[in-house]
Ligand binder design. Sequence first.
Ligand SMILES: [Zn+2]
Length: 394
Amino acid sequence: MGAAETLLPRIFAGRVFAGRAFAEIARRNQGKSRMSRRSTGLMKAALSALHYTGADGMLSPLTSGVGVIFTLHHVRPETPGDFQPNRILSITPEFLESVIKFVVERGFEVLSLDDVEQRLSEGEFDRPFACFTFDDGYRDNKQYAYPIFHRYGLPFAIYVPTDFPEGRGDLWWLKLEKVVRALNTIEVKMHGTWTSFECRTAQQKDAAFDRIYWWLRGLPEKEAREVVADLCRLHGIDVEHLCRELVMNWDEIRDLASDPLVTIGAHTRRHYALAKLSASEARQEIEESVRRLETELARPCRHFSFPYGDLGSAGPREFELVRELGLKTAVTTCKGLIRARHTKSLTSLPRLSLNGEFQKERYIKVMLTGAPFAIWNAAQRLTLRPQASADAHT
Ligand SMILES: [Zn+2]
């Protein structure tokens, strides 16, 4: 048999395997952006199958985009311990550097957000581009990520919720992690009934975090935050300085912003899911954060990132609001590469998360072909009602 005859069935098998795995994940998660441990394992297997069978390469001419915007949160050395529900939000400096090298070696041009906007507006797609964006303004971005970008002379952006540098940010998802880590049993009044969660083992803690987190995501923002604040108070868990410890203050942000490689974008004031607010509240959240950044940094703010960024947190109303307020680009956490058609939707750009669960070069290589998104979307269409796949929760 010739090479083609042996290769094609293998590629087909890789694609079928990935399709089945994605359908199974879709069934299990019902559109939730955080995957359980088992689903994460299945996703890794599917991406590996695409890589090792060559199915990604076979698909790439049909599916690849004109560029990619990466989502990052924390960059720091790995923290030990089995219970790490927010692991998806953290990658190591070594992995970041390997991704930078990978995209540069493959001919991607690393662009600032201003350049992305220009390229999309002008429709110039001779070379694929990559753009690195960080959400929330964590101090580790300055400590671990900035020196890498500086060394390579490459641009990146940080989106800051403007309450955070004041130390007033409510990082409730990290507070919840502290609560679940500290306790062996948690009692929460869910839907009017007291529900008790055993959380002695890492597995029980994962399950408890998952249930409570997704229940909270469905509540109005203020209510959800009160539940977590009450748990902290009740159990004496100290979270008073969490925001100051983790997020850069204005002096640190100004210092970073003085480097022309760094763009600072807005990420609302209080990090609320804008779609849950009234139109005027949503507008205020966006506008106040933009004005505040412009005052603090003495320069125009042209770029925005939607908190949480999934379709339940930002939709057509928010995309339009951002456009009306004069922002040039806005990013979501809906998964995908940038395609030529996005020239018409600059305020709802998809991103690709550099996710702590997927710190292998082969996963990035496969995702950059666009193949997983094509198969993922097909699997979603077959399994569930159509829905966009959002990624990390912030
Ligand atoms: Zn965020």
